[in-house]
Unconditional design. Sequence first.
Length: 145
Amino acid sequence: MQTRRIHEVAGQATWVMVLETGDEAIDCLTRFATAEALDAASFTAIGAFERATLAFFDWELKEYLPIPVDEQVEVASLSGDIALGPDGRPAVHVHAVLGRRDGSALAGHLKAGVVRPTLELVLTESPGALRKRVDDESGVALIRV
């Protein structure tokens, strides 16, 4: 993983992250957020995965159901945020739209994605902190402003 801060003004910083073949996206984002002590950020990315796991939140079961993606896919859209989780550590929340060879797409919450050959990500850190709290109704940690 390569990272570079490309802009900073008034407490708002913009980073470029380039993940390489074999990097796992969620792990890289989490390690970066922890190392930089990020407590409020948003990001977008494009690239490709050799395999991934998406998930769909089942409201009745109150759990994420895995959607395995065992093929090379284009990352047509990836977006997310970083906020402090209930444990006080940076929590990464990512959604993705993945394009298959035939042009069909899969979408959902990104649980894991192994990069091949690249994932190009632009991350903007915001001044101030965002915090997540566990929502009683869903059981999911949600940002509360």
